[in-house]
Design a protein around this ligand. Structure first.
Ligand SMILES: Cc1cc2nc3c(=O)[nH]c(=O)nc-3n(C[C@H](O)[C@H](O)[C@H](O)COP(=O)(O)O)c2cc1C
Length: 318
């Protein structure tokens, strides 16, 4: 049994490593890969600019990377309205102004930046990248009681009202969840929303969950885009999408929607492959979980799901 499990895991790992490598070098994934690299480099500059005392002259190499990436991206005819490009324009503009102020701007780099950023963007006040100044008193107005209420009233729901959910409500929750942090802001999470007609198909893939899944109005298939990660960062996408899922669970509840996360195997199993095929999920996205959603009935049962005490899980290191 032990050997069988070992071989299974080995085979799955081997397949996944091959896939990640393929995604990282194959031209078919170039656009996605390039947007991630632009975001990665931009984020590095954003972080530098947000320090209390940015180091004058920092980031020259990263800015060169951004410039050549955008140049190639443009040459390939890719989507110049992508958020990575918006982010880059904002970052490059602020970087240029900062280094100019410090007398550290490389004239050649400055002219390259000015060539790449549209004139209108250079002269307007819109900020799509760079840094923003936060005033403590503006962000300290959160009501702890409200937060406590939100997190303590969220439960995994396994009993849903047979009533349609508006797509707008789901989108609002996803919008909130997009505020989740992700490694280098790569935002790998994707959400596939099934409709009522796909309910039967989907619930058949969730066979064995316990039956309640059939009463869900919609299923959210949560995937994570692996193309943003080199092999050395294997599985990091699961961390970021896991955080996204946590935010989404709370966001759905705040939008009046009950939800239950359904665990999926984190490999391209036959069921996962069938789900991917059925819903046109590209191979560079890994299925992380499925979330059953629906409106709350007037009353319903949930497990107590007792939690550990804080003292049980912390260890104050001395
Ligand atoms: C990653 C993950 C996978 C889960 N998978 C399932 C599942 O397959 N079936 C299910 O009924 N509940 C599933 N749950 C819900 C958990 O059982 C539930 O979150 C836990 O017992 C705590 O209860 P609460 O969510 O009501 O606070 C899952 C939760 C998470 C976070």
């Amino acid at each position: 049994m032990y050997l069988k499990d070992f071989l299974l895991i080995f085979r799955q790992e081997y397949r996944q490593v091959r896939l990640i490598r393929k995604i990282w070098i194959n031209d078919a994934y170039k656009e996605r890969r390039m947007t991630s690299r632009i975001i990665l480099n931009c984020h590095s500059i954003e972080k530098g600019l947000s320090l209390k005392k940015p180091r004058p002259g920092f980031g020259k190499q990263k800015v060169d990377n951004i410039l050549s990436l955008i140049e190639e991206y443009q040459r390939c005819g890719y989507d110049m309205n992508h958020i990575s490009i918006k982010m880059a324009f904002g970052v490059l503009k602020e970087y240029m102004i900062y280094q100019q102020g410090e007398g550290e701007i490389d004239p050649l780099q400055k002219s390259e930046i000015e060539k790449i950023i549209p004139k209108a963007y250079l002269s307007n006040n819109v900020k799509t990248g760079g840094t923003q100044r936060i005033i403590k008193k503006d962000i300290m107005q959160n009501d702890k009681k409200e937060f406590e209420h939100l997190i303590t009233t969220r439960h995994s729901i396994r009993d849903f009202l047979d009533e349609e959910i508006s797509l707008e409500d789901i989108k609002e929750a996803v919008k909130f969840a997009l505020r989740a942090p992700s490694a280098c802001n790569r935002q790998p999470s994707r959400v596939y929303i099934t409709d009522k007609t796909q309910r039967e198909i989907m619930s058949q893939y969730l066979d064995g969950v316990g039956g309640f899944e059939a009463s869900a109005q919609n299923y959210l298939i949560i995937t994570s885009d692996m193309s943003a990660y080199p092999l050395s960062e294997k599985n990091q996408w699961i961390v970021s999408t896991g955080i996204f899922i946590g935010y989404l669970s709370l966001a759905l509840h705040s939008c009046g929607l009950g939800a239950c996360i359904i665990q999926r195997e984190l490999y391209a199993t036959k069921v996962n492959q069938s789900i991917a095929k059925e819903f046109n999920i590209p191979e560079e996205e890994q299925i992380i979980c499925v979330i059953c959603i629906g409106k709350y009935p007037e009353t319903f049962n949930v497990p107590i799901s007792i939690r550990y005490d804080v003292e049980d899980i912390i260890k104050v290191l001395k």
